[in-house]
Write a protein that binds this ligand. Structure first.
Ligand SMILES: [Zn+2]
Length: 146
């Protein structure tokens, strides 16, 4: 559905709510310009500005929002590739499991239970440091402390 005109004040329409992270009914509070309106999410009550999709600018320059959106996509795809790596490592059934403790000594390819960060996977082990892939990110931890 493409809107060419703003929905009337007090009318509800479906739009994406960032706070709810879902499509929600939003009620139009006021028109702030010919192409934008102040709207309120009917579920969480957050208010935001709704703008009609702009026509191509006169100069033909790309809209500024596009760059920001692209960056967002890059970030989220990086996040999901980390997630894929984590899940792949966690599915290794041959890897032994150990509990983290800085005095312990851990080998590469060990599943590591960390009290704060949860389950991780030792991707690399040096004399005093290990690189561990946790669900959210890769962390370098110390180990093998006398
Ligand atoms: Zn909402």
């Amino acid at each position: 559905m493409t809107m060419n005109t703003l929905p009337p004040v007090a009318k509800s329409f479906f739009a994406f709510c960032k706070k709810c992270d879902a499509d929600r009914y939003h009620v139009v509070l006021a028109h702030t310009s010919a192409t934008s309106a102040k709207i309120k999410c009917e579920i969480c009550g957050s208010q935001k500005t709704f703008s009609l999709p702009k026509a191509q600018t006169k100069t033909g320059k790309p809209l500024t929002g596009a760059a920001a959106k692209k960056r967002e996509q890059t970030l989220s795809s990086r996040k999901s590739s980390h997630r894929n790596e984590y899940e792949m490592l966690m599915s290794d059934e041959k890897a032994p499991t150990a509990s983290y403790n800085m005095k312990g000594k851990f080998e590469k390819n060990t599943k590591l239970q960390h009290p704060k960060f949860g389950m991780g996977f030792v991707k690399d082990a040096l004399t005093d440091k290990i690189e561990v892939v946790f669900e959210d990110e890769v962390r370098t931890l110390i180990h093998n402390r006398p």
